[in-house]
Design a binder for this molecule. Structure first.
Ligand code: NAD
Ligand code: TYD
Length: 337
């Protein structure tokens, strides 16, 4: 049977990759995308579906109960995948309010509507950051959550709220906690697209602290496959870690970018560290591996493809590095401007 997907935050980085992924699947009846179009939401990511009858875009806020209810009434979605969030740690440190509102209250609004209307699966897109930092070893799904910044704390709130709607009301919730994604359509404030586009412009690459913080990198298409896999094979009420299996220090990623673009290491600038900067994220993904999911993309190739995508899509990212972005950049990276 063909399914209707209710996607939130589908104009952002991972959400738009997921919409592309779904639109290629025959068993998808309809994709309804509710997005507020914040600075991070970009309709250009999905403009090819403007006249596609299977794709419906609704400009609105997940905190708006009326719009959310209308979508449930009108489209009767089988699956809801909640990507919508304020997602940048640095911005959460400067101005946490929007994070509390969207990431927690927004998730609450969606869960309430799901409780009232019913659906087959409610996928809450959480993050590895909810566990906090780990010196050695890797986090399992049963480990305590120790978020250390307003972004990860608000995501942890939503993660547990979603679980409570399963435990209390039997809403068929599944929670995924993925590691750092990379790939096309990522807003150029995050490490990889920021450094690729800055390097292309011969601008400095601001590495925080000693550059040795470790992140596990997951190619966004592998993440999309994992979400679909969890919808089909996951059990309700469960949490699934989704990792890329590529743990790298930020300075290593930076060198890879510079090397692939043929730019000098002199572009690297060591700048003041992020407040409360988590040292290392690491996920144990045995639970999902045992069900049969594994990433298929090899980091060495996928990072080159990603860099090449930004090289070939200047028309996508150049308009983003203007206006509000420049204001943010100037304030945030004071020593560089
Ligand atoms: P993003 O910032 O690129 O996109 C967020 C999208 O949500 C944007 O389109 C924005 O307009 C929309 N949005 C924001 N507030 C909204 C609201 N109130 N109502 C409706 N839409 C709203 O984020 P991303 O990197 O694509 O992340 C998507 C999800 O995945 C987030 O929940 C994030 O926490 C999670 N996640 C991200 C990563 C990563 O590496 N990027 C890793 C693990 C989990
Ligand atoms: P980011 O892409 O913001 O993702 P997250 O904080 O969610 O992991 O950052 C990835 C890593 O890169 C993180 O350790 C912070 C670091 N970083 C820099 O060193 N400089 C930068 O300008 C940015 C944006 C990030």
């Amino acid at each position: 049977m063909k399914k209707t997907y209710f996607i939130t935050g589908g104009c952002g980085f991972i959400g738009s990759n997921f919409v592309h992924y779904l639109m290629e699947q025959e068993l998808v009846e309809r994709v309804v995308n509710l997005d507020k179009l914040t600075y991070a939401g970009n309709p250009a990511n999905l403009k090819q579906y403007d006249n596609d009858r299977r794709y419906h875009f609704i400009h609105g806020d997940i905190c708006d109960k009326k719009i959310v209810e209308q979508i449930f009434d009108q489209y009767k979605p089988d699956y809801l995948v909640n990507f919508a969030a304020e997602s940048h740690v640095d911005r959460s440190i400067g101005k946490p309010e929007d994070f509390i509102q969207t990431d927690i209250f927004g998730a609450f609004t969606l869960l309430e509507a799901a409780r009232k209307h019913g659906l087959e699966r409610f996928i809450q897109i959480s993050t590895d950051e909810v566990y906090g930092s780990i010196v050695s070893g890797s986090f399992r799904e049963t480990d305590p959550l120790m978020p250390r910044n307003p972004y990860s704390a608000s995501k942890a709130g939503a993660d547990r709220l979603a679980y409570s709607y399963y435990a209390t009301y039997k809403v068929p919730v599944i929670i995924t906690r993925a590691s750092n994604n990379y790939g096309p359509y990522q807003y150029p404030e995050k490490l990889i697209p920021l450094f690729v586009t800055n390097a292309m412009e011969d601008k400095p690459l601001p590495l925080y602290g000693d550059g040795k913080n470790v992140r596990d990198w997951l190619y966004v298409e592998d993440h999309c496959r994992a979400i679909q896999f969890v919808i089909e094979k996951g059990a309700v009420g469960e949490v699934y870690n989704i990792g890329g299996g590529n743990e790298l220090m930020n300075v290593e990623i930076t060198r890879t970018i510079l090397e692939h673009l043929g730019k000098p290491e002199s572009l690297i600038r060591y700048v003041d560290d992020r407040l409360g900067h988590d040292r290392r994220y690491s996920l144990n993904c045995e639970k999902l591996n045992k069900l049969g999911w594994r990433p298929v993309h090899v980091f060495e190739q996928a990072i080159k493809d990603t860099i090449d995508w930004y090289r070939e899509h200047e028309d996508w990212w150049r308009p983003l590095k203007t206006g509000e972005y420049l204001e943010y950049y100037k304030t945030h990276y004071k020593t560089l401007s």
